[in-house]
Design a protein around this ligand. Structure first.
Ligand code: KG4
Ligand code: ZN
Length: 344
C-alpha cells in the first residue's frame, strides 16, 4: 500500500511517500526555523504563509523524482491536528484538493499519534511488530508530552499528559531565557555536556503517583536561579550557563524516566517502550533509558524524530487499512480542540 503524507501543523512543511507503513520511498521536509528564529518562537501567520508557498514546490519535486510511485498512490493522509489552525488549514486544503483531483481517499491524521509510527520507519529490526506490542509510548515534542498504552499502532489509550508546558517547550523557553536561539533542545543538550548537573538544586515534580507531567515549576526555578546569579555578576558566565543547562536537562529527562517507570509498574505486560518526538533525539535521554530499563526501546531514526510527513503517511496507511470506510467524507476541519483521544 502506497500512501502520500502531508504535514503542516507547525513550522515544518513536509510531503512523503511510504510503502506498507514502514518503507520510506521519499521524505521531503522544509524547515522554517530560520524564519522564526529572530522572533524566539513560531509565528503562526508566517508559518501558514510559508506552508502555502512551499507545499507546491515539494509536490513538484516529488512528481519529478518519484513519478511512478505518485501514479500508484492508494490514499492521501494529511495532518488534521493538533497544531496551528492556519497552518493546518493550508495542508488539509492542499490534501483535499489533491484527493478530489486524483479521486483518492483522504485520511485525516492526528499528528501526535503519527509521531509514534515514526519509530518504525525504515527499521527492519522491528519489522515483526507483533513482538513489540502491547507497548508504552511517550511522545515528547515541542507541543506535547503524552504517554500512551498501545495495543498496536492504531489502538491506544492516553495514560498521561502534561499539565502545563510540554517537555520540548520547556527546553525552548529555558534556552531563550539563557540567551540561546530557537529551537532550544539541541543547544541545551550541547551545553549540558560541558556542565555540572548537580551544581544547582532544582525542584522535582510532586504527585509521584500519577502519570501526568509538569514542567512549569522547573522552568520557574531556572528563571529564579538565573536572576539571582545575574544580580551578583551582571551576566551569566559560560560556566554558569553550562551548569544551568546540565541541571535543567537532567531533571527534565529524569521526570520522563520516572513516569515511564511508573507506567511500566502499572502495566507490567508491556513488551517495549516507544519514545518519539523532537526530545527523543536527546542522547542523554537514551543513555538514561538504557540505565533504567531492560525492555527494548524503540525510537525513530534522527531524521524522523522531528516533524515529518513520513510518519503521517505511515499512520495513514494503517488507519486506511483498518477503517477505510470512515474516510469517504472530507467534511472534517482542523480545530485542535476536537477530542482526538476519543476518536478511535
Ligand atoms: O517533534 P518536534 O519536531 O515538533 C513538535 O511537534 O513540537 O519537536 C520539537 C521540539 C522542540 O521543543 C525542540 O527544542 C525539541 O523538540 N528538541 C530537543 C532536542 N532536539 C529537539 N529537546 C531536547 N534535546 C534535543 N536534542
Ligand atoms: Zn511534532
Amino acid at each position: 500500500m502506497l500512501i502520500l503524507g502531508i504535514e503542516s501543523s507547525c513550522d515544518e512543511t513536509a510531503l512523503a511517500i511510504v510503502r506498507d507503513g514502514v518503507h520510506v520511498v521519499a521524505s521531503l521536509v522544509a524547515s522554517q526555523t530560520e524564519s522564526h528564529e529572530k522572533f524566539g518562537g513560531v509565528v503562526p501567520e508566517i508559518a501558514s504563509r510559508e506552508h502555502l508557498s512551499v507545499l507546491p514546490k515539494l509536490w513538484k519535486e516529488l512528481q519529478t523524482d518519484h513519478l511512478a510511485a505518485m501514479q500508484q498512490l492508494d490514499a492521501i493522509a494529511v495532518t488534521q491536528g493538533p497544531g496551528l489552525v492556519g497552518a493546518l488549514l493550508v495542508g488539509s486544503s492542499f490534501g483535499k484538493g489533491l484527493a478530489l483531483s486524483r479521486k483518492l481517499p483522504l485520511v485525516p491524521i492526528n499528528h501526535v499519534h503519527a509521531h509514534i509510527c515514526s519509530a518504525f520507519l525504515d527499521r527492519p529490526e522491528f519489522s515483526e511488530q507483533d513482538k513489540f506490542f502491547p507497548a508504552i509510548a511517550l511522545v515528547v515534542s515541542g507541543g506535547h508530552t503524552n504517554l500512551y498504552w498501545m495495543e498496536n499502532l492504531t489502538t491506544r489509550k492516553l495514560l498521561g499528559y502534561t499539565l502545563d508546558d510540554a517537555c520540548g517547550e520547556s527546553f525552548d523557553k529555558v534556552a531563550k531565557m539563557l540567551g540561546m536561539s530557537y529551537p532550544g533542545g539541541p543547544q541545551i543538550e550541547r551545553r549540558a555536556r560541558l556542565g555540572n548537573a548537580k551544581k544547582y538544586a532544582l525542584p522535582k515534580m510532586l504527585a509521584r503517583s500519577e502519570l501526568n507531567f509538569s514542567y512549569s515549576g522547573l522552568k520557574t526555578a531556572m528563571m529564579q536561579i538565573a536572576q539571582k546569579l545575574k544580580k551578583s555578576n551582571e551576566s551569566l558566565s559560560e560556566g554558569e550557563v553550562d551548569d544551568l543547562c546540565a541541571g535543567f536537562q537532567e531533571e527534565a529527562l529524569q521526570q520522563l524516566i520516572r513516569k515511564l517507570q511508573l507506567a511500566l509498574k502499572q502495566n507490567p505486560e508491556a513488551r517495549s517502550m516507544i519514545v518519539c518526538g523532537g526530545v527523543s533525539a536527546n542522547q542523554r535521554f537514551r543513555s538514561l533509558f538504557a540505565e533504567n530499563f531492560k525492555l527494548p526501546l524503540i525510537y525513530p531514526h534522527l531524521k524522523y524524530c522531528s516533524d515529518n510527513a513520513a510518519m503521517v503517511a505511515s499512520l495513514g496507511g494503517y488507519e486506511f487499512r483498518s477503517l477505510a470506510r470512515k474516510f469517504v467524507s472530507s467534511s472534517w476541519d482542523v480545530f485542535s480542540r476536537y477530542p482526538f483521544e476519543l476518536e478511535l
